[in-house]
Each structure stands twice: as C-alpha cells, then as structure tokens.
Design a binder for this molecule. Structure first.
Ligand SMILES: O=C[C@H](O)[C@H](O)COP(=O)(O)O
Ligand SMILES: C=C(OP(=O)(O)O)C(=O)O
Length: 467
C-alpha cells in the first residue's frame, strides 16, 4: 500500500443498494453512456478526504451533545453555467458572517457547512411539467438535464455528471483558497457585518449584538487570542446524495482504516422523498463512514425516525446522524416533540437541525414559488421552543440562501413583497434568502438566543399559502 495515497486506487463496489427501490432516479436514455461516465468518475480523484469527514463527524458529535451549533446553507440548486468566483465568495462570506453572529449569541462554536460544491440534483414532486399545453420531463438539476423548456434540454445526459464533478472540484478549490487567505477570520467577517447593520432598518436592535461582538473581540485580543485563527475557517461542504450512480462511483475505501467514504462531499444528506428506511439511498448511506443527515418532513412518524436510527446509526455514534426537520411553521410544534422524545429515549445521540425553508413554500399570485421570511423565522423559533421545553439541544439551522441580492423570498428587513419577485428571481428550483435576509435571520435568531425570548417579527405577511 502506498501510504501517501489516502484511498485505495481501485474503487470498491458497494452495490447492495442496487437491489433496493431507488426513488427519484433519472431515466437515463443511454445506459452505455452512463456506464462510461461512471467508470470515468470511479477513476477520478476524490473531492474530499477521509480525515476531513472524520473531523466534521467529531464536530457534529459536539452539536449532538449540545456543545456546538450547525449552520448549513447555500443554493437550492447550484448551476453549472452560473458558477463563478464571485458567487462562491458571496455564499461563503454570507455563511461566515452568519456564523460570527450565531457564535457570539449561542456562546458555542458554530460548524459552518455549505450546501455547495455538489448540490446539482433535485428531487421533484412530479415527473413532468406542462406549459401552454406542452408536457416535458421535469428539470432535475444541472447534474441531470437542462432548465430550458425544450425537449432536447430535458433529456437526462450523463455527460452532465462529469461536469458536476469538475464544477464541484473548482468550487472546492475556491473555498479552500478563500479560507486559506484569511477570508474566514472572525475580525474580517465582523467588519462586513458592521457594513450590513449600517444599512439595516433594524440597526438599533442589531447594534447591541455587534457591540457585544466588539467587546468579545477586544477581550480575545487582550488575552492573546487571534481572531484571524478563529475556527470557522474550517469550512465543510454538503449536498443531497440523490443520484446514486454518481455517488457510488465516487465512493472509495480509505486505505488506512479500510472504511468506505463518499468522497463527493463531507456531509451527505438523504432527502424527504428518498428516506425510505428500506430504500436504496438509506442502504447506500448505511455503509459509509461519513457523517450523514436525513430530512424529516411533517409526515414522519416516531417509528420511521427510530428505523432510520437503527439503519444509519446502529452503533449510536454521536456525530454520525443528523436529523434535519422541515415540518412547516404550522406543524413543527405538534410533529416534532414525539420524534425528539422517542429518539432521545432510544439512546441515540443525533443532532437536531431545523430547515425552515422546505415546509414553508407557497405560490405567489404571479406563479413564482416563494417563502415568507416570517414563516422561516417562525419555524426556527418554534423549533427552539420545542427543544427548550424538552430540555434537548436545538442543534442548528439549514437554509437555502445566496450572497446575491436576489428577490425570491418575501419579507425580511427590507420588506420585499410579491411585486418584487420578478426583479431578480434566479433560482432554478426553490426560492432562497438573499444576503440581507440571511443576515437578518442570523441577527434575529441571535437576538432570540441572547434574550431568551421570541424574536421580533418583521411585519405582516403579504402572500397566502398556496397549499
Ligand atoms: O428543493 C426541494 C425540492 O426539489 C423542490 O421543493 C421540489 O419542488 P417541486 O415541488 O416544484 O417539484
Ligand atoms: C429537496 C430538498 O429538501 P427536502 O428533501 O426536505 O424536500 C432540499 O433540501 O433541496
């Protein structure tokens, strides 16, 4: 064995998932072309390393124990053509700015994890889409087909999997370069937050928090600490492990430990539509050494949650399993408590994280999918309150966001409304918080954490839920 090589050069075939039902897989028209691509991916270098995944697992174990907070966020769907240094930098800095605020408020280390460098595939509610009487296969993410509403663009093309791999590698390269260059330092992200506050209608509330961070930074420097070395510089990447042909081709056996790792990202999650405990996605993930997460929607029963624990975390290893709950603001108070109680009583130490986006999607009268900032904040608030009442740890938040000034979600400090949606709606799938809404969310949650009370709401809703 060459000890310099972190993985065995020949990929292992962990193929038991192939005997199970795999939901949401594309209908690849040319199996030979798919095979050719997966062979090439199987010979390609890993994107992340086993020790990085282990380090994240250790940090998620701290989240599960109540000693850290997870901040996970990024695009709903990354775009192969839209990848640029500016867009990656924007997402990274937004997450790190949020991270600085939450670290101060929670008085806990924040673990920053991007929905980035691999988030190119989307599960969909329906297999087809109809416009003006024309029906075509639905868009399933840039890893599969094109967004353009033409029969040619909507054909699944396995060559896109190779482009996904290369775009993920370029994105990771940028992230590693930005963080190595000190863009993640606490002092720097705090200065950016000061710029955001100066412009915010809520600056009086936010200034109290920013002043507190100033004091903390001065204290840190006075006691010999260096904000430049702040630990948020360790940034991790995650995406939904949806396309099993892609993920399996990038699964490798670590040469040192002999354990299999997904090398497409540090943390992989299984979505609400593919989390069948007996299904192919759970089978594949059950064999990995990476930390894994599962989305839990409002229909989740305690039995299903316990089955997922047994399948994915049989050794009850803290940090191995994260449950990302996405119930919707109106359901979380009813559905979440029995899940947390029964999972906790089973002895499992999972990290509980709130995704306040996916249960709160609605359609504006103009047809745009949107989400209201108040619902997002409301679900996070309810999630915290449930955990407070049960004496368990609200371990983090998972948000769809971008560093750009898009107009996809309504509400927030600057009060976007439904008429603003067409101005800059760029998401290929679901609406994201823009930079200012993301920072608003961090400051509101921080205010809530510091004050031990419900955060102020930003105003009345201006759209109605479309079901
Ligand atoms: O991001 C999540 C899902 O892919 C998305 O909400 C599905 O959207 P759809 O209901 O329009 O298919
Ligand atoms: C599809 C997603 O979410 P969910 O599985 O919760 O619907 C997502 O996070 O992109």
């Amino acid at each position: 064995m060459n000890t310099l090589l972190p993985y065995e050069p020949r990929p292992t075939h962990l193929d038991s998932w192939r005997d199970r039902p795999a939901a949401q897989q594309p209908d690849w028209p040319d199996p030979v072309a798919l095979h050719d691509v997966t062979d090439r991916l199987a010979a390609a270098p890993p994107l992340v390393f086993a020790d990085e995944c282990d380090r994240l697992k250790t940090r998620l174990a701290a989240v599960a124990r109540g000693e850290a907070f997870l901040l996970q966020g990024g695009d709903c769907a990354e775009s192969l053509d839209g990848m640029s240094a500016e867009s990656v930098h924007g997402k990274l800095t937004t997450l790190l700015q949020m991270s600085a605020v939450l670290t101060y408020a929670a008085a806990l280390p924040v673990v920053p994890v991007g929905r980035i460098a691999g988030q190119y595939a989307k599960p969909r509610s329906r297999p087809t889409e109809t416009r003006d009487g024309v029906t075509l296969p639905v868009y399933r993410g840039d890893a599969v087909n094109g967004l353009a509403f033409t029969p040619e663009a909507r054909v699944p093309d396995p060559a896109r999997l190779l482009r996904t791999y290369h775009a993920s590698a370029s994105t990771l390269n940028l992230i590693r370069a930005f963080t190595a260059a000190g863009h993640a330092s606490l002092g720097r992200t705090h200065e950016w937050n000061r710029d955001f506050i100066a412009d915010s209608p809520h600056r009086h509330t936010y200034e109290r928090i920013a002043d507190g961070i100033d004091h903390a930074l001065r204290f840190m420097r006075a006691t010999g600490g260096r904000p430049e070395d702040f630990d948020s510089a360790r940034f991790f990447v995650s995406h939904e492990a949806l396309l099993l042909d892609y993920e399996a081709a990038l699964t490798r056996r670590d040469a040192r430990s002999g354990r299999p790792y997904a090398t497409s990202g540090h943390l992989l999650w299984i979505g609400e539509r593919t989390r069948d405990p007996e299904g192919a996605h759970v089978e594949w993930a059950s064999q990995l050494a990476n930390p894994v997460a599962v989305k839990l929607g409002p229909g989740t029963t305690a039995d299903t949650a316990l089955q997922l624990v047994d399948r994915l975390d049989p050794r009850r290893e803290p940090g191995r399993l994260t449950f990302i709950v996405r119930m919707g603001v109106d359901k979380v108070r009813d559905v979440l408590p029995p899940l947390v109680e029964k999972v906790t009583a089973s002895g499992a130490q999972v990290a509980w994280v709130c995704d306040p986006m996916h249960g709160n999607t609605m359609q504006a009268p103009s047809g745009y999918k949107t989400r209201h900032f108040d619902d997002v904040l409301g679900e996070v608030t309810a999630f915290f309150e449930v955990h407070r009442a049960l004496g368990t740890h609200p371990g983090g938040i998972h948000v769809e966001l971008t560093g750009d000034d898009v107009t996809e979600c309504v509400g927030g400090g600057h009060g976007l409304d439904v008429h603003d949606l067409p101005v800059r709606y760029e998401s290929a799938c679901d609406p994201r918080l823009n930079r200012s809404q993301s920072l608003d969310l961090a400051f509101r949650v921080a205010d809530f954490m510091k004050g031990d009370r419900a955060p102020v709401r930003s105003g009345e809703k201006q759209v109605n839920a479309a079901g």
